[in-house]
Design a binder for this molecule. Structure first.
Ligand code: SF4
Ligand code: SF4
Length: 179
């Protein structure tokens, strides 16, 4: 299979430096508002700061993939004497919690690395230097048709879970009959 060069985008998180100011949540939600910068609502942010004040925990976590089912088991991590609870590091939009769901529609949110920007907005506005943006080049196999189909299935599955199959079918029918 042919290999293609791909840019991998990373945000490195130095959680010990986080002050919990939530500037990253504000910047992300404003950037993704419709129209852009028209509103600020951290519930729409694709990065959320997990907070346990008594344990001095401030942990920025980025929205990852949607999952239709919650985990069967959970993990608890203890790092430097701090306990990070069951879902602490998890990036999934999952049925067992409200995080990473668009508050009006309930549809899953996912970090898109601020597509089109030179530097992600959360990185730019984290004035404590917690978030550091990095890019690296890798060679990967060209996306196969099966992979694209799998992504389409997951996207449609999340919409069907939220709105029901019949409503989804109606919406698709309306879209395909538009002039
Ligand atoms: S902007 Fe930086 S310091 Fe503020 S909450 Fe986000 S990661 Fe933490
Ligand atoms: S990279 Fe962009 S989309 Fe992702 S969390 Fe940061 S501001 Fe939001």
């Amino acid at each position: 299979m042919a290999k293609v060069k791909k840019i991998i985008k990373n945000i490195k998180v130095d959680a010990d430096r986080c002050s919990g100011c939530r500037g990253c949540e504000i910047a992300c939600s404003a950037f993704h508002a419709e129209p852009k910068y028209s509103s600020v609502n951290p519930a729409r942010s694709r990065v959320r700061v997990i907070t346990h004040r008594l344990q001095d925990i401030w942990l920025p976590v980025f929205a990852g993939e949607y999952t239709p089912t919650e985990c069967a088991g959970r993990d608890i991590y203890t790092i430097d004497g701090k306990d990070y609870d069951e879902c602490g590091f998890c990036r999934a939009a999952c049925p067992s919690r409200d995080m990473f769901k668009e508050p009006d529609s309930g549809l899953p949110l996912k970090c898109d690395m601020c597509e089109g920007e030179d530097e992600p907005l959360c990185v730019k506005w984290c004035l404590d230097g917690v978030l550091v943006y990095e890019e690296r080049e890798v060679w990967v196999e060209e996306d196969s048709e099966e992979k694209k189909q799998e992504e389409l299935d997951i996207g449609l599955g999340s919409l069907a879970d939220k709105f029901g199959l019949n409503q989804l079918k109606d919406a698709m029918a309306r879209m395909t009959t538009k002039e």
